[in-house]
Design a protein around this ligand. Structure first.
Ligand code: GTP
Ligand code: MG
Length: 199
């Protein structure tokens, strides 16, 4: 994978639209506004790949991007947006349940949280979903450029503690703005795809 070829495949709003082919999926998840699109764009070195047909906080869509014909980057709909109607929240939960119930195509779960704050209740729910799949997982603590150096270690520790992460699950301090630890996250992505192909 060299990330040269990025193809928007589809936007799925219901169970029938989910992809179940043999291409491994790298899943990006996080609350609204945490920087999911920014993280994906940073990894892909593109300004706006991940904004395709997304209406933040309003529409519950799963966006699929095919990378070098080798893996999908899956942009899950953001959660925790206060002004979303109850019916949309229910639709989000329903879609997530279906997505995670057939998780055998997930090569890596990337859970993005805000490095400035402890995980939210919704983050904990998402964390539990990821763990239940048994798939490899990393936590990205985004917006670390907004943290003082003295706050960094403490905040990362709180994130690890609250999400109750196993030792082997890394928490990567990240900045989609500055590109901090971009290579580290890319390495995790490449390794996950390689491992997937070697099983
Ligand atoms: P939704 O699609 O609405 O769920 O949002 P999202 O999670 O995709 O977040 P998005 O990438 O749109 O970023 C939200 C805001 O945070 C934007 O104004 C970004 O510029 C900003 N942002 C994202 N990542 C970073 C970061 O690492 N540092 C800073 N300072 N700002 C960031
Ligand atoms: Mg987005």
């Amino acid at each position: 994978m060299n990330l040269h070829n990025v193809e928007f495949i589809k936007s799925a709003a219901a169970a029938g639209g989910l992809l179940h082919d043999t291409v491994p999926q790298i899943v990006f998840s996080g609350k609204s506004n945490v920087g999911k699109s920014s993280v994906i764009n940073k990894l892909l070195n593109r300004k706006s790949a991940a904004r395709v047909s997304s209406r933040p906080g309003k529409t519950v869509h799963i966006n699929y991007f095919l990378i070098d014909k080798k893996a999908y980057f899956v942009d899950l709909p953001g959660y925790g947006y206060a002004r979303v109607a109850k019916t949309e929240q229910a639709r989000w939960s329903g879609l997530m349940e279906i997505y995670f119930s057939s998780a055998d195509h997930i090569a890596l779960g990337i859970m993005i949280v805000d490095s400035r704050h402890p995980p939210t209740k919704d983050d904990l729910t998402m964390g539990a979903w990821f763990k239940a799949t048994g798939c490899p997982m990393v936590v990205v603590a985004n917006k670390v450029d907004k943290l003082k150096n003295s706050e960094k270690d403490k905040n990362l520790e709180v994130i690890r503690r609250d999400l109750d992460l196993r030792e082997d699950i890394p928490v990567i301090p990240f900045s989609a703005e500055k590109g901090t630890n971009k290579e580290l996250l890319l390495d995790a992505v490449f390794k996950a795809v390689e491992d997937w192909n070697n099983v």
